[in-house]
Design a protein around this ligand. Structure first.
Ligand code: ATP
Ligand code: MG
Length: 352
């Protein structure tokens, strides 16, 4: 049977498939704690909860946990809970017996069984409904579960690792998540910090990704210049490492640092919220000015791009004077020239 989207069963994960450890853990104290915790809990047959914003590397930590565990030679079975529609999730997880429902012509084992003597990784655990929460609790309490339509329970030995980017406490308060299940899965919690709190690690992660994608996509782009890296380190990265990875991929394909600059200038909700918190009382005027300026910078950058960095043509396309454009470039911090290691030399500002 083909694997459902979001589910995977890799019986042989190798370290080679993951970034090297100095890249995964970097230098920040928060990640040092993650590493220590990971090494300590890997060998204990306890369930582990990995929390953290989307794109912070929860998947990678779950795989490492498996690799460091005594069950590393067993299967690593991942289930991406939200990717499988509600009714299918129960049969995908726990399997079914012949005749359990229309169309169940043959019995089918679920992912729980497939993970026997290995790791079962449940991604986005907050998505489980009440029935599945109860079945998971039983599995964690006594290692037993039942296939849909089965008369008897089955027993299985699995290390369960769960991940969430939601506040499970809030889900409990809203009655969406069982507290007893929460205490079971969260005996050990590993929290991954957002990328914006790992500014010192940004160069190492970026270099790794750059090298990786240069190789994979036949690119030849250089490391980003230190001035741009400093900007990247001040950016808030709402999509965390996944956002960085996608950006580097685009940078490798396009070959120009403008791609990065343009992303950093994107106004985003978090920046607005952060500036609200930094500034104390809300200054709507100030916030609006900042947001408009960012938007303006983006529009200018697009116009420069579209006109191959010919500033006279860009000014004309924006219906402003050449001098006004130069002033704005300075004001919003866009370099006067195309900044790139791999792009063509920029054109002069010749009006056709
Ligand atoms: N330290 C790192 N170095 C390089 N790449 C990384 C690192 N951590 C994560 N990644 C990459 O970033 C992307 C996001 O990581 P991952 O899928 O583990 O995040 P996640 O927390 O599970 O996200 P989500 O909550 O959206 O599922 C992946 O492609 C992963 O390979
Ligand atoms: Mg994930």
């Amino acid at each position: 049977m083909p694997l459902l989207a979001g589910s995977s069963s890799d019986s042989a994960i190798t370290v080679q498939q993951l970034p090297p450890e100095p890249v995964i853990f970097g230098q920040t104290p928060a990640m040092r704690d993650v590493r220590q915790k990971l090494e300590r809990v890997a060998g204990a047959n306890l369930s582990v909860l990995i929390s953290g914003e989307s794109g912070t590397g929860k998947d990678i930590i779950a795989r490492l946990l498996h690799l460091y565990s005594p069950w590393a030679n067993g299967p690593f079975v991942k289930v991406n809970c939200p990717a499988i529609p509600g009714t299918l999730l129960e049969s995908e997880l726990f399997g079914y017996e012949k005749g359990a429902f229309t169309g169940a012509y043959n019995p089918k084992p679920g992912r729980v069984e497939m993970a026997h003597r290995g790791t079962l990784f449940l991604d986005e655990i907050a998505e489980l409904d009440a029935v599945l929460q109860a079945k998971l609790l039983q599995l964690l309490q006594d290692g037993q579960f039942s296939r849909i339509g089965a008369q008897e329970d089955k027993k299985v030995e699995v290390r369960v690792v769960c991940a969430t980017n939601r506040e499970l406490h809030e889900e409990i308060e809203h009655g969406n998540f069982r507290p007893d299940l929460f205490y079971r899965i969260a005996t050990m919690t590993i929290h991954l910090p957002p990328l914006r709190e790992r500014a010192v690690d940004l160069p190492v992660i970026s270099d790794y990704l750059l090298q990786y994608y240069n190789e994979k996509l036949n690119g030849r782009v250089m490391m980003v210049r230190p001035a741009l890296m400093a900007k990247m380190q001040r950016y808030s990265w709402p999509g965390n490492i996944r956002q960085l990875e996608n950006l580097i991929k685009r940078y490798v394909v396009m070959g120009t640092e403008d791609v990065i600059l343009s992303e950093l200038l994107q106004p985003n909700e978090r920046d607005a919220v952060n500036s609200l918190m930094l500034d104390g009382p809300v200054s709507l005027k100030k916030l609006t000015r900042q947001t408009v300026r960012k938007l303006e910078a983006r529009i200018i950058l697009n116009a420069l791009h579209a006109n191959n960095w010919n500033r006279k043509k860009a000014a004309r396309s924006l219906d402003i004077s050449y001098r006004a454009l130069l002033y704005k470039l300075k004001e919003v911090g866009i370099p006067q020239r195309r900044s790139s290691s791999a792009s063509k030399p920029e054109e002069d500002d010749k009006a056709e």
